[in-house]
Design a protein around this ligand. Structure first.
Ligand SMILES: *[C@@H]1O[C@H](CO)[C@@H](O)[C@H](O)[C@H]1NC(C)=O
Ligand SMILES: *[C@@H]1O[C@H](CO)[C@@H](O)[C@H](O)[C@H]1NC(C)=O
Ligand SMILES: *[C@@H]1O[C@H](CO)[C@@H](O)[C@H](O)[C@H]1NC(C)=O
Length: 494
């Protein structure tokens, strides 16, 4: 009896302790793992990379079976995505949603399986540039999936979320934040559904895009190091775009009556190449500033002491087959390059200082394709155009890491990108006799001539190449909002 009581009080103490731990839980840092890449690393290598870096949360853009199988037994918590294109089918049939859940969730949730915690229903389905085409599918899909999850007893464990772009809300000042008028009704339904199921609100926030989209955006306001252009909102002062954006969402949620809604940042990050503000230093300063800020638990003026529940850095790896429609930077969001090498020092705050590189990467042989030194390069334009239309040449552009390597350098870079993409097929370095294979690394300074990796999976799946790019289809509206904010702030200065 005494024994039992002692046991009970231990259990009670443990429960209390865990309660305290949960209560004081800090935000976790996760990553987005997209796979629109020419040289895809083996999923198991990517999972090892995450484990080596103590990354315990990952967000996927679809339910790729290879990725999910690799995640089984890893202990990493997973958010699987449903591409917007699938919403129509899932919204119209419970059979379809049952099947989706069986095939893409419950199948993996076995002993030593994948720990799927969230299903992202669509990716930024309310994005302005989609003109509402996915809007009507979201609620029916949520309802169908919730039923399907309940049928397999996962409704409490796996939460449905709807990642939104920050263009879903707007305001000239954070405290005035409101969802776009045409979204008020659907947002009220979605948020009320999420709230009643204990799901968080997921939002993607990109200060880089505000800076990229507007030359008037105060550069230092995009970072976390203090700014000469703070935004004053009543008694609250904002010194960085991230907090201002976050609180605009908090205000918008409050307006719907859900001011306490937990918020997860589904995507946030900074690219390293392909645009003037996209470079290693800026990416390091932004991401480190962000992580430190979030882990400090300071929160924001509207949510003091309550930072986002989790943030998912965009992105784990470069995806060099993505559409460049948003800009040439689009292929360079990784904290690791396409082959899993850390691009810059970063402390993720997860207990391992610095980033650890991917192990056991199987590269193609160390050889490159370059322009022959003697070749007459006057007729090369078409070759270069063709090479760059399939392979990646975004580093060559203005602001890119290879922009200063000269005309012949440009050609060599293009030849090599194409050659590696063709898995170093000898014929792919011909270019009418203008190309040649070399065993000497032609890289110059920060301009890296890549060597491909043995691609175990097939071609990139360009079908979903909008994975995050959607967030970019630059919502000019949002930029204008932030311009207004900064102008408002400048009003005081001038
Ligand atoms: C499961 O997810 C994959 C990847 O998103 C998709 O191709 C497939 O159609 C899904 N299965 C079902 C039954 O919808
Ligand atoms: C990198 O980007 C930062 C931030 O936008 C900018 O201030 C800096 O000049 C850039 N550095 C280089 C070397 O281009
Ligand atoms: C190399 O190519 C880039 C991108 O097309 C271009 O901006 C640059 O001017 C080229 N350099 C030379 C020397 O032609």
């Amino acid at each position: 009896m005494l024994e039992a009581r002692r046991k009970w009080s231990w259990a009670f103490a443990a429960a209390l302790l865990s309660l305290v731990v949960v209560w004081r839980a800090e935000s976790a840092i996760g990553v987005n793992w997209g796979s629109v890449s020419f040289h895809r690393l083996k999923p198991s290598a990517v999972v090892d990379l995450m484990k080596d870096n103590k990354i315990s949360k990952v967000k996927l853009f679809d339910a790729d079976p290879d990725s999910l199988r690799a995640l089984m037994g890893s202990g990493i918590q997973v958010m699987v995505g449903i591409p917007n294109e699938m919403l129509a089918a899932l919204s119209s049939s419970t059979d379809a949603s049952d099947l989706w859940v069986r095939q893409n969730v419950s199948r993996y949730m076995v002993k030593n399986g994948a720990d799927i915690r969230y299903i992202a229903v669509g990716n930024e389905p309310f994005l302005t540039s989609y003109s509402g085409q996915f809007q009507s599918y979201v609620m029916p899909t949520l309802l169908n999936l919730q039923q399907s999850l309940a049928k397999v007893n996962l409704a409490g464990y796996v939460k449905l979320v709807v990642p939104c772009n920050a263009d879903a809300y707007e305001s000239s000042l954070p405290s005035q934040g409101a969802f776009r008028p045409e979204l008020t009704q659907i947002m009220t339904q979605v948020v009320s559904f999420l709230y009643s199921n204990g799901s968080p609100f997921v939002v993607n926030i990109y200060p880089f895009l505000s800076l990229y989209g507007s030359s008037d955006f105060p550069q230092d306001y995009a970072f976390f190091e203090g700014t000469s252009h703070p935004v004053t909102d009543g008694s609250n002062v904002y010194s960085n775009a991230f907090d201002g954006n976050f609180d605009t969402l908090v205000a918008a949620l409050s307006k719907l009556g859900y001011g306490q809604m937990p918020i997860i940042i589904g995507e946030v990050g900074w690219p390293t190449d392909g645009a003037i503000n996209a470079n290693l230093t800026a990416a390091r300063v932004f991401n480190q500033g962000l992580i430190n800020h979030v882990l400090s638990n300071r929160g924001t003026p509207l949510r003091p002491g309550a930072p986002p529940v989790d943030i998912y850095i965009f992105s784990l790896l470069d995806e060099r087959a993505k559409s460049t429609l948003p800009g040439n930077f689009e292929r360079h969001w990784g904290i690791f390059s396409f082959d899993g090498q850390a691009k810059y020092p970063l402390n993720l705050g997860l207990g391992s200082t610095g980033l650890k590189n991917a192990r056991n990467i199987e590269y193609l042989p160390s050889r490159w394709c370059v322009a022959k030194p003697s070749g007459d390069l006057s007729d090369v334009a078409n070759h270069m155009k063709l090479a760059c239309s399939v392979a990646d040449c975004t580093t060559l552009t203005y602001g890119g890491s290879c922009n200063g390597i000269g005309a012949r350098g440009n050609i060599s870079y293009a030849f090599n990108s194409y050659y590696q993409l063709q898995m170093q097929n000898e014929r792919s370095c011909d270019f009418d006799g203008l190309g040649m294979v070399t065993f000497q690394d032609p890289s110059v300074g920060e301009c890296r001539f890549l060597v491909g990796v043995t691609d175990t999976t097939s071609r990139p799946r360009s079908r979903y190449s909008t994975s995050s790019s959607s967030c970019y289809q630059l919502n000019r509206r949002w930029i204008i909002v932030w311009m207004l904010i900064s102008w408002g702030a400048w009003g005081f200065v001038m």
